[in-house]
Design a protein around this ligand. Structure first.
Ligand code: NCD
Length: 476
């Protein structure tokens, strides 16, 4: 459908579009008036009591936003609803799965098809990775991801980047420490992609054991978002940092940075420290040893002028004594949720003549990756992320077996929904009736309709394929 734009990942927006959302958010922030501007000057969360209702009703009248929340939320849902009301629109909400048709076993796919005739845009939050992508596949109105499992939370990233941009007067080439549950925090996954795209130096600080970035996110940073890891010697003084990435602005600078990485001049000051809570709902253990950011942590001179950020809620990892520290930016970050979401809704719905997403080519991400799609239920490889929406008993039948084929030194199959990669798989050919005994390093065949991907030999043989001869490099 022409002009229909979904925002399921931060990578559905290109950099120019993000800047455009910010330009519109600046305008709304001005209109929202005194309260926010005053908060901004003080930069102290404690002063953040909103006293003023914005002027609204100018536009958006008649537009309805549906918020479908299958997981707890305070900020995301309420700021989206507030944003829509401030735009002069209206909202309908389903925030309790127990009182919606989900409790009767209705699939998300059916729900969004129905809601498409009740509203003009949908914001969805769901515990499954890739749920927003599935919703977008079935909705005929724009779908905005309000957080899907541990996958992404693109609108939180817009708030985060907007905060960085206002505090630093720019977005490019910042130095940001990203800390806490890097594995389970969807906010971090969207955030690090965006930071890389705006040329940041990213200091990765896992909050506890096993809390590093998921391997596929890390791989994408290095291979798709031009991040170069610096040698440990460059940040040896900072124990908390597990890896430090710098970003090449242009692809040809990549090897220059890589070659010169030990001479790379690393800026000492850290512009922001981004703190996250332990995502206990995404781990089998309910509690773990975890880091704490407090005035002691921040006493190093590199944090002298840092902005302390947090998507909230905080549950002990961020000392409340910091609330009166001028570096605390988290309540303001949350307050920016309203103008940012106003801007995004307006752009997605085309409410403002000069600010419409549709004027840009859709999406930043997919590049030339080919889509491999098998009908639901067909044999062949399935996504290996157990929390992916394709494994949900209600949604599975609606989720086709879809992967993007990522050509690389070792090719990858990227789940279309949750974007987790599979690196070991076999390629079988329908017409020839056999599977390749070795993974081809090149594009598998001309036509994906002739191909079935399998997890291993046993799966391929069970499906009736036999082992083929290794192919010669040039042959089909
Ligand atoms: C985050 C989320 O839901 O992912 N919250 C939010 O939207 N601001 C962070 C979290 O829950 O830890």
């Amino acid at each position: 459908m022409s002009g229909l734009r979904h925002v399921t990942s931060i990578n559905d927006l290109d950099n120019a579009e993000i800047e455009q959302v910010f330009a519109l958010a600046d305008k709304y922030l001005k209109e929202l008036g005194e309260t926010m501007e005053r908060t901004e000057r003080t930069r102290a969360g404690a002063n953040l009591t909103t006293q003023r209702i914005a002027k609204s009703g100018r536009m958006g009248t008649g537009s309805i936003l549906a918020t479908l929340f299958y997981e707890p939320s305070t900020r995301t849902r309420l700021s989206f609803e507030s944003a829509m009301l401030r735009l002069g629109g209206r909202t309908i909400t389903s925030a309790d799965p127990a009182t919606s048709s989900a409790a009767k076993g209705e699939s998300l796919a059916d729900t969004v098809r129905v809601v498409s005739s009740y509203a003009d845009a949908i914001v969805i939050r769901h515990p499954r990775d890739g749920a927003a992508k599935l919703a977008a596949q079935y909705a005929s109105i724009p779908v905005i991801n309000g957080g899907d499992g541990a996958h992404e939370h693109p609108t939180q990233t817009l708030c985060d980047l907007f905060t960085l941009r206002r505090h630093n007067k720019k977005l490019k080439n910042l130095s940001v420490a990203v800390s806490g549950d890097l594995r389970g925090s969807r906010t971090i996954h969207s955030f690090v992609y965006a930071l890389a795209r705006f040329g940041a130096a990213i200091r990765l600080m896992p909050g506890g054991k096993g809390m590093e970035l998921p391997a596929h996110v890390d791989w994408r940073l290095r291979n798709e978002f031009k991040c170069v890891p610096l040698p440990k010697a460059k940040y040896a003084e900072d124990d908390a940092v597990d890896a430090l990435y710098v970003t090449a602005e242009r692809p040809h600078q990549l090897s220059l940075i890589a070659d010169a990485s030990s001479n790379y001049k690393l800026k000492k000051a850290v512009d922001a420290v981004y703190v996250t809570r332990f995502q206990k709902e995404r781990w089998s253990e309910g509690a773990r040893d975890y880091m704490k950011v407090d005035s002691k942590f921040l006493q190093n001179s590199r944090y002298k002028n840092t902005s302390v950020m947090h998507p909230l809620p905080r549950v002990g990892e961020l000392d409340i004594a910091l609330d009166h520290d001028t570096r605390a930016a988290y309540f303001q970050q949350a307050a920016y949720g309203v103008p940012i979401r106003m801007a995004l809704i307006a752009e997605v719905l085309g409410l403002e003549k000069n600010f419409a997403l549709a004027q840009f080519k859709t999406g930043f991400r997919h590049g030339d990756y080919e889509l491999y799609e098998r009908p639901p239920g067909d044999s062949g490889i399935r996504c290996r992320n157990p929390n992916c929406i394709v494994h949900d008993p209600y949604e599975g039948p609606y989720a086709a077996n879809k992967f993007l084929y990522v050509p690389a030194e070792a090719p990858r199959l990227r789940c279309y929904y949750c974007e987790t990669d599979i690196v070991d798989f076999l390629i079988a050919h329908r017409r020839r009736g056999h599977y390749d005994s070795k993974l081809s390093r090149r594009r598998p065949v001309g036509d994906f309709r002739d191909v079935v991907f399998f997890a291993d030999e046993e799966a391929a043989e069970t499906a009736g394929f036999s082992k083929g001869q290794p192919r010669r490099a040039a042959g089909k």
